[in-house]
Design a protein around this ligand. Structure first.
Ligand code: GDP
Ligand code: MG
Length: 444
């Protein structure tokens, strides 16, 4: 896909006369590519129409950077399509919220419920899981196993066959126990489809969720729109989570899900494990959709903002892909300064969206400084620790010492180490990044 889009744009920029015909040909090529990425036909057509309105033929003809203009227009348009215009309901820590998960069997609901609970638990919430899937044998066992592993309270039954009753009882119980995030997992299959949607409606009526999350497998292809719409028509879906983004699917169905539910994507699932879960970030997602990789614009940015003499060193470090605590420390410094290198890192998917979400800069800065204080106290342990990439070396007694040394609770040290693991994963995506040879930078 990426190949054909860049080819289309390449052909376009090679053409000497940019007329409407050439633009149309380019757009048709991109249309085909987006369809292959499972973007719904109608959405692709809409985008095509909009692009034509936006891209000014005179600008193109005047010899401005045509490739940039078209690429940027497509990129922006897709970003816009992923933004339904209003944020989803966001639960508040310490205040009871009920969140109901819906989606077809196999989409990843039960797995995602646990990830969602675990994600919040790590941030100090008190989540709980309710299994309202009484259709599939083994559904409760699966949830129980997940919940136990993550040490999250759960509710369900092997005997009771009425999902509405269980959902109601579970929510009731966890409200009494002052849980602030009560998550209801539901069934995704029924003998008849109509019965499934009726069941969702009833569970929703009984539990009065503050938020209904539609979970969708990224590989379902063109079926995405109808599936999302069917759920939206029976319960008031307010957010979307796309799963299995670690596979081959580019996830074009996400555009359909947003269009059908008029709700934003809030997280993506990137693996079977509990922590393979990321806050959704529009730009890297669209880059991936367009086959531009997660690093689109990254090289440009380096070239643009990092002083020439610092570029080779930065690229070298990135291409090695090794992420030590020391590197994390240095990048935190860069991020706080928001100097040139900090700006570059703020573009890395999963780097700034999580560490420094917009509007919460103060809070985030305090958090980063807290992490740095803890790392400061690690230097007393000897330099090797900061340069090690083996988390096993971080045993219990060391964690305790760091906590004591920095005057922070053990929980904070664990959080900092979790953050390290997460960033190390983001960082490892850089491995093998092609380093341009001298003089090649400007050709990119
Ligand atoms: P449910 O029927 O909707 O509850 O789906 P499950 O949670 O049982 O998940 C179905 C399968 O998809 C399981 O084998 C999960 O491990 C797997 N799965 C869920 N999310 C992801 C993901 O993000 N990546 C991958 N690779 N597998 C996932
Ligand atoms: Mg399930």
């Amino acid at each position: 896909l990426g190949g054909s889009i860049s080819r289309a744009i390449q052909q376009m920029s090679n053409a000497t006369i940019i007329d409407e015909k050439a633009l149309n040909e380019c757009l048709n090529e991109i249309t085909r590519a987006l369809l292959q990425a499972d973007v719904q036909f109608k959405l692709v057509k809409d985008m095509q129409t909009n692009i034509k309105k936006i891209v000014n033929l005179d600008d193109l003809a005047a010899g401005h950077n045509k490739r940039r203009i078209i690429q940027q227009a497509i990129f922006n348009e897709l970003c816009k399509m992923l933004d339904p215009g209003k944020p989803s309901f966001t639960p508040k820590k310490g205040k009871t919220s009920v969140v109901m998960f819906v989606g077809l069997q196999g989409s990843g609901k039960t797995t995602t419920c646990t990830k969602y609970a675990y994600y919040h638990q790590k941030k100090g919430w008190k989540p709980a899981l309710v299994c309202a899937d009484t259709f599939r044998a083994g559904a409760f066992d699966q949830l129980k196993q997940n919940a136990t592993k993550a040490k999250i309270p759960f509710y369900g039954s092997y005997m009771e066959s009425d999902p509405v009753k269980i959902a109601e009882e579970g929510v009731e119980r966890f409200k009494k126990e002052n849980c602030d995030l009560i998550i209801v997992d539901t069934s995704g299959r029924h003998k008849q489809e109509a019965a499934l949607f009726e069941e969702m409606r009833q569970v929703s009526e009984a539990t009065k969720p503050d938020l209904v999350i539609f979970v969708m497998d990224s590989s379902i292809g063109q079926a995405a729109f109808d599936q999302a719409q069917a759920f939206k028509q029976s319960v008031s879906v307010g957010a979307v989570i796309i799963t299995k983004m670690d596979g081959h699917a580019r996830g074009g169905g996400a555009l359909s899900a947003v269009a059908a539910t008029k709700s934003p994507v809030i997280f993506i699932g990137t693996g079977e494990h509990m922590d393979e879960f990321e806050v959704f970030d529009v730009k890297p997602f669209v880059s991936r959709l367009l086959g531009m990789g997660d690093l689109s614009g990254f090289m440009d940015k380096i070239q643009e903002v990092v002083p020439m003499d610092q570029q080779p060193e930065l690229l070298q470090m990135l291409s090695e892909g090794t992420f030590t605590l020391r590197i994390m420390y240095e990048q935190f410094q860069n991020l706080l300064k928001m100097g040139p290198i900090g700006q570059v890192f703020s573009m890395l998917p999963g780097f700034s969206s999580e560490l420094m979400p917009k509007g919460r800069e103060k809070e985030s800065q305090a958090k980063i400084k807290r992490y740095m204080t803890m790392m400061d106290s690690m230097t007393n342990e000897g330099k090797w620790q900061l340069d090690s990439t083996n988390p096993k070396l971080m045993n219990e007694s060391r964690v305790m010492r760091i906590a004591r040394g920095s005057g922070r609770p053990v929980r904070d040290v664990m959080e900092m180490l979790d953050e390290y693991k997460r960033l190390a994963k983001v960082w490892s995506k850089m491995k093998g990044l092609k380093i341009p040879k001298k003089g090649e930078m400007s050709a990119l």
